[in-house]
Design a protein around this ligand. Structure first.
Ligand code: AMP
Length: 372
């Protein structure tokens, strides 16, 4: 299955290909055809399955196809937290790179001024947390009466966090005739009942959760202070100098800095992340595949699309704050029964991330000692 087979238009396929995605994930290949056909959907999918792109790509296509002259907010994505709002907006801006559509996120906990200024410009897609959205509507800075598509993202979390009344108030502001996409990581009866009240003849979509790591991957964690991480990485890479390693960081900035620090001690490495051109990323990958360099430093977005067989070593220089991402990262090693190692660095701030990861994978990752 390819993105083209899903009947996605060229500008979208080009943008996701440049983001490093090579083929649709399960939720994408299942949900996208229904969304493009204009159906409501109720999808049970966790973070890490590619659910954001599963709704973002077809929404962009629908907005492009219908009435591009339409002014005002055409799609609303309601999401429980500020972090998710920012992440969803970032994903939309990556996928809409070659389309004349614009997106904005608004959320509480920050001053409203910047958001007001941004709302004066054209906004096709608005990503919002419920409370701040209602504030802005009440102050008449947002009009949702022309909305075409509503997405409820992480509905279970949104309701758990006590947003139920706010969500109901938002629903009353929307046209009845609209397309609604409902996403939730879990689907208890209460959530399903709630969904039924707002969806119109929905298609149900469920994908297998990402929670298991291959038995063949030897996992370990070092408790290490942030300032010592680079030295520890250098030690490990020098010891494993003949082995290809994929090193994960959370941000592009850290990835670039790390490559520089490794090169300073004679370890040849390359970074792949969203700011690099397609050609630069392709070159780095080729060098890695052909073992001209043995270390690739990557952020999650860039790395998710790359398919490298025979990858013996994954290092989490920084732990992800989404536990499913850990499973995806280390899923790059130990494939098809091959032995692999996954080494994680955990500083004091990341203890909570490690705890969440261990809860998801269902076991405690063995601790290794820093001092030999
Ligand atoms: P999500 O489940 O939306 O949080 O997505 C998890 C991660 O998967 C994000 O970092 C996305 O950028 C990435 N992703 C989404 N779709 C694909 C794809 N088809 N191929 C590779 N990575 C993807």
């Amino acid at each position: 299955m390819s993105f083209k087979n899903l009947n996605l238009i060229n500008p979208i396929v080009r943008a996701v290909t440049e983001a490093g995605y090579s083929r649709p994930t399960e939720i994408q290949s299942t949900a996208i055809p229904h969304i493009l056909a204009g159906r409501d959907i109720i999808a049970c999918a966790q973070t890490g399955t590619g659910k954001t792109a599963a709704f973002a790509m077809p929404i962009l296509q629908l907005l492009k196809r219908h009435n591009p002259e339409h002014q005002g907010i055409r799609t609303l994505i309601l999401t429980p937290t500020r972090e998710l709002a920012i992440q969803i907006e970032e994903n939309f801006s990556i996928y809409s790179k070659y389309l004349p559509l614009s997106q904005l996120s608004v959320f509480g906990g920050v001053s409203i001024g910047g958001q007001l200024a941004a709302l004066r410009k054209r906004v096709d897609i608005l990503v919002a947390t419920p409370g701040r959205l209602l504030d802005l509507v009440n102050q008449r800075h947002i009009d949702l009466s022309k909305l075409e598509i509503l997405v409820l993202d992480e509905a279970d979390r949104m309701l758990d966090m006590g947003f139920v009344n706010d969500v109901k108030k938002v629903l009353q502001l929307l046209p009845r005739k609209r397309q609604t996409l409902f996403f939730s990581a879990t689907m208890p009866v209460s959530i399903k009942k709630f969904a039924e009240t707002i969806l119109n003849n929905p298609v149900e979509v469920t994908v297998t959760p990402v929670s298991s790591t291959a038995q063949t991957v030897k996992q370990s964690v070092y408790f290490v202070e942030k300032k010592d991480k680079t030295d520890l990485l250098i030690d490990i890479l020098q010891e494993k100098s003949t082995v290809r390693s994929l090193v994960f960081t959370r941000t592009k900035h850290v990835a670039n800095k790390l490559v520089q620090q490794l090169e300073d001690v004679g370890i040849f490495a390359a970074a792949i992340h969203g700011n690099k051109s397609q050609a630069a990323r392709q070159n780095a990958l080729e060098d890695f595949k052909s073992s001209r360099i043995n270390v690739l430093v990557a952020t999650d977005i860039a790395a998710r699309g790359i398919d490298i067989d025979d990858l013996p070593n994954v290092v989490n220089y920084e732990l992800p704050n989404v536990p499913e991402t850990y499973v995806h990262r280390i899923g790059r090693t130990g494939r098809a029964g091959a032995e692999g190692t996954a080494i994680s660095f955990c500083d004091a701030d990341e203890r909570v991330d490690l705890k969440n990861i261990q809860k998801l994978i269902g076991f405690t990752v063995p601790v290794r000692s820093f001092y030999k």
